[in-house]
Unconditional design. Structure first.
Length: 654
């Protein structure tokens, strides 16, 4: 009996959240099927061994067949399986032993397997010790018997990878729960049917995504029941016994058509009478309505027997795709802001998963009003994305993403994480900027102002190399940032009412630009800046402006500022000479031997391109703030800056 279902991966979980337990719903399970679940993930920083995980489908517990245990922020891949004890729609729960940063699960509902031992072989491979954009697993494996299927999965840390292929496989699908190069992952599910002495090799390859890709892959060989072969329905000869030209299967409870149990409710299968317009084939993957013969079964179907005809309906041939519940991929965090690039409309991008071919409508929903609906179609991999413009007149609300199938409100779903539209601004510097964020900094002499605007989100990193903390400011948690930032948000709302503001922390106290440009200087990490940029971009937004107030540590270079720092800012020597990143700046007098490993903008690239930089000139603008006053004594100028003529502290400027 031939295997079926091995080449139809069903998306069950696609979750970009950082946690240890993930859930999804698997529909259409039939008792006795082999349920194979391929789990891929981006591991967090702790050791995480899939063999110790608890994976359940309804009341059934799945066994871990293979998979390596990462100890860092690496890719993870592990197949789990069980023979279903009952039929229905069930919750799949994946409980890891430690946090993952994102997780995906695809299921195969397989029939025609050897009930005495479904798994013939398994294996895994990883590149956890070195960066890689390719990985092979299996590698030259000889199937145990003709008709056995190899099903593999790959997980590589970092969303945003492109061009995923699985050379050697009969077919594959790929995707990602989110596109954040730091917190998400990219997955691939591949499959093939083999026969000895031929060998099977899945050679995965991709590009982009994480700057430190550490992938993992795993695979299983599913054993076909005795008598298995290629999944082909061959009706091309005269070996079909028929009475008076009709093949009447109405008395049978089921018929075996190349390994699939196809149920017949009534009527007959007429392969001789060209006028037949009622062919009641009712079963998995095969259906007929109003005389149309719908052939969406897996495998190849040969209908070359010339007396087969459908005259009252259409003949639909197989279409690949996936069937899964409608779901929305959450925006990166609650209070995520889509930057309008200084304009009066903002492009919002919402994505998710669904059933191939379905029309999905998406909008932003809020108690203060909704955006209009915008439509897209689910692609062959089961993914959908829609980008729509929101005008400034509608920016006063924080919206929740909402989606439905077609125009059917009964299918409507809403995600809890909110988004807004306005400005995304990075503040770059040292302690002058840090004081805006830190609750315990010097600007704490007065009470917190009322946070009336409700317009602020922040992306902060309190320690070098530490966790990024991002979210929307609320009245209840107003004291989670310095009162100066609350005052700034209130003033911003006065001049740009309704416009949301997301401030990104590009500041580290007491540091020089030399630490930012040089990876060997641990006082300040370029990777921290890059991770925050990646987080902002992971939801489809970008940083609209970098506002710099950075003077103290590099004050000694002020007379030679251009030659000293041009490679860091522009990727070029002052005056236009070419510069190679990773080398020392020949024009530097302050850091003559330190390499410049990175640049903010690449002046040699097209204005719309990043090139070697992290920003493009068209998308992210640079703004320079004047220095803050420093005084060694309580001079008249300083007192007039903070006190009135009587010596009282001025508070109404905040």
């Amino acid at each position: 009996m031939a295997l079926s279902g091995h080449d139809t991966p069903i998306a069950v979980i696609s979750d970009a959240g950082t946690k240890s337990t993930y859930t999804g719903t698997l529909n259409g399970v039939v008792a006795g099927q082999l349920v194979l679940v391929s789990v891929t993930a981006c591991n967090d920083n702790s050791a995480n061994n899939p063999s110790g995980w608890t994976v359940t489908l309804g009341s059934d517990t799945l066994a871990c067949e293979a998979g390596d245990a990462p100890t860092g922020t690496f890719g993870l891949a592990a197949p789990f399986w069980v023979v279903a004890s009952s039929s229905g729609n069930f919750t799949l729960t994946v409980s890891a032993t430690a946090n993952c940063r994102s997780l995906d699960a695809h299921a195969h509902l397989i029939a025609g397997f050897d009930a005495g031992g479904p798994i013939a072989a398994s294996g895994s491979a990883n590149s956890h010790n070195a960066n890689a954009t390719s990985l092979t697993a299996p590698n030259g494996v000889t199937p145990g018997a003709a008709g056995n299927a190899i099903i593999g999965c790959l997980g590589v840390n970092g969303g945003g990878a492109t061009g995923m292929t699985a050379a050697g496989a009969d077919g594959s699908v790929s995707g990602q729960p989110g596109s954040n190069a730091f917190n998400d992952h990219t997955w691939c599910i591949a499959y093939a049917v083999g026969a000895p002495p031929a060998t099977e090799t899945f050679a995965y390859s991709w590009s982009g995504g994480s700057s430190n890709p550490r992938p993992a892959a795993a695979w299983v060989e599913v054993k076909a029941a005795a008598g298995g072969g290629a999944a082909t329905i061959d009706l091309s000869g005269e070996t079909i016994a028929a009475s008076s030209g009709d093949l009447d299967l109405s008395a049978a409870a089921a018929a075996d058509l190349s390994g699939e149990s196809v149920g017949f409710v009534s009527g007959s299968l007429d392969l001789a009478d060209p006028a037949a317009n009622d062919i009641p084939i009712i079963g998995e993957g095969i259906g007929v309505s109003a005389g149309g013969l719908d052939l969406i079964a897996a495998g190849s179907i040969d209908l070359s027997f010339e007396s087969v005809a459908v005259t009252a309906g259409a003949l639909d041939m197989p279409v690949s795709g996936v069937t899964q519940a409608l779901a929305i991929t959450p925006v990166p965090f609650d209070g995520y802001v889509f930057d309008a690039a200084g304009g009066i409309s903002a492009d919002v991008t919402i994505s998710g998963v669904g059933t191939t071919g379905d029309t999905i409508q998406v909008r932003g929903a809020s108690g203060g009003g909704n955006t209009s609906w915008h439509s897209t179609t689910v692609d062959v991999a089961g993914d959908w994305t829609v980008t729509f413009s929101v005008p400034e007149a509608e920016w006063s609300n924080w919206y929740q993403p909402e989606a439905r199938i077609g125009t059917d409100d009964l299918t409507k779903i809403t995600d809890s994480a909110t988004f807004g539209c306005g400005d995304v601004i990075a503040l770059m510097g040292q302690s002058e900027i840090v004081y805006l964020f830190e609750v315990t900094s010097f600007w704490n002499q007065i009470a917190y102002p009322s946070f009336d605007a409700l317009n602020l989100s922040t992306v902060m990193q309190p320690t070098v190399g530490g966790a990024i903390v991002a979210g929307k400011m609320t009245t209840a948690a107003v004291n989670s940032v310095n009162l100066a930032l609350v005052a700034l948000a209130n003033v911003f709302n006065l001049v740009r009412s309704g416009r949301k503001l997301m401030i990104v922390d590009f500041a580290v106290s007491g540091t020089s630009r030399a630490a930012l440009m040089n990876d060997a200087d641990g006082n300040r990490n370029w990777s921290d800046l890059a991770d925050k940029v990646a987080l902002v971009r992971s939801g489809g937004s970008d940083i609209g402006a970098v506002v710099e107030c950075w003077y103290n540590s590099d004050a000694a270079t002020i007379d030679n500022f251009g030659p000293e720092w041009a490679p860091l800012y522009f990727g070029q020597r002052w005056g236009g000479g070419a510069f190679t990143l990773g080398t020392a700046n020949p024009d530097s007098t302050r850091n003559p031997s330190a390499p410049v490993d990175h640049c903010l903008w690449d002046i040699e690239a097209a204005s719309s391109a990043l090139g070697r930089g992290i920003f493009s000139r068209d998308r992210t603008k640079y703004h320079l703030m004047t220095p803050m006053p420093f005084h060694d004594t309580l001079s008249t100028e300083q007192r007039n800056f903070t006190h009135d003529a009587s010596g009282a502290l001025i508070t109404n400027r905040i």
